[in-house]
Design a protein around this ligand. Structure first.
Ligand SMILES: Nc1ncnc2c1ncn2[C@@H]1O[C@H](COP(=O)(O)OP(=O)(O)OP(=O)(O)O)[C@@H](O)[C@H]1O
Ligand SMILES: [Mg+2]
Length: 285
């Protein structure tokens, strides 16, 4: 492809992305500095939390080299392409797309940044998301190309930063917050995952990863603290079994924590809508 044609193809892709995201009302990016702190668990349960409240939701697995969303939803099929559009999977009523459904199981994805960004562009431009109230992008750890691409193309209005209470995670989460600010994502909230473990035998709380790191981080940066999710065996089992904990054990402590975080995010968007309505009303007068 010559340069002119390449430029044209990119411009057309951008148009398709614009068209796609114009139909997705609330776009949220979930990231952290550190790996393994629970981004995918949070992404999936937020999406199902919104869905349980009656909002059409989707999950975009933006972790191209370590895609886990398909596993956490037990989706094993390959995607279908229809009329040049990729049809997202629908599991328990939530739409989902992941590179894991486009490659052979267990195969590594050894791609440089631009290739990974290309796949994310395609997930936005060519997946038939339809009308959605919430789309959650589950990002890989760190502050690499994927978050840059999601910020520029998906234009999330909300960044959810996930951290465990422990210092090594909080320090990396600081980077993630600074990244969200640099990328001008308008709103940032912190979730602390893997907080106190409640012993099922004696009921004592054991703070395996320390205590309060997420709240301290949020206070330090002046951003809302959305809540803590305890370490819980059901959260881990649900992740491995492919049924999100908010569906699997809706009355447990973990689900209650997710319900409250979902409510905070919904309230934020509601309030924003109200203030935008009020501004428009003022302008008309
Ligand atoms: N609150 C929790 N209680 C118990 N287990 C949890 C909890 N949160 C996450 N896990 C488990 O910890 C592991 C890591 O979680 P997850 O995959 O969500 O992290 P991640 O930040 O997305 O990781 P990566 O950086 O590799 O993408 C998973 O096995 C998950 O089921
Ligand atoms: Mg993950």
């Amino acid at each position: 492809m010559n340069d002119e044609k390449k430029k044209q193809a990119l411009a057309e892709e951008d148009k398709r992305i614009e068209n796609s995201i114009s139909k997705i009302k609330h776009r949220i990016a979930v990231f952290s500095g550190k790996g393994g702190v629970g981004k995918t668990t949070v992404s999936v349960n937020l999406a199902y939390g919104f869905q349980l409240n009656g909002f059409a939701s989707g999950i975009l697995d933006a972790d191209i080299t370590g895609p886990n969303v398909a596993k956490m939803l037990d989706v094993k099929d390959q995607v279908i392409v229809l009329n040049e559009k990729i049809i997202p999977f629908e599991k328990y009523g939530v739409k989902m797309i992941s590179i894991a459904s486009l490659i052979d199981p267990g195969q590594p994805v050894i791609w440089r940044g631009p290739m990974r960004s290309k796949v994310i562009n395609q997930f936005l431009a060519d997946v038939d998301w339809g009308e959605l109230e919430y789309l959650i992008a589950d990002l890989p750890p760190g502050t690499g190309d994927e978050i840059l691409t999601i910020a520029q193309k998906m234009k999330p209005q909300y960044a959810v930063i996930v951290t465990t209470p422990q210092d090594v995670s909080v320090i990396d989460a600081e980077r993630a917050i600074n990244m969200a600010r640099k990328l001008e994502i308008p709103f940032i909230g912190v979730v602390e995952n893997m907080s106190g473990f409640v012993c099922p035998h004696c009921g004592a709380v054991v703070n395996i990863f320390g205590e309060g790191g997420g709240k301290r981080l949020a206070d330090e940066f002046g951003v809302p603290f959305l809540g803590s999710i305890p370490i819980d065996i059901d959260a881990r089992i649900s992740g491995d079994s492919g049924k999100p904990v908010v569906l699997n054990k809706p009355t447990g402590e973990v689900s209650e924590a997710f319900t409250s975080i979902v409510a905070s995010i919904e309230n934020h968007f509601k309030e924003e809508q109200l203030s935008s309505n009020a501004m428009h009303a003022d302008e008309k007068q």
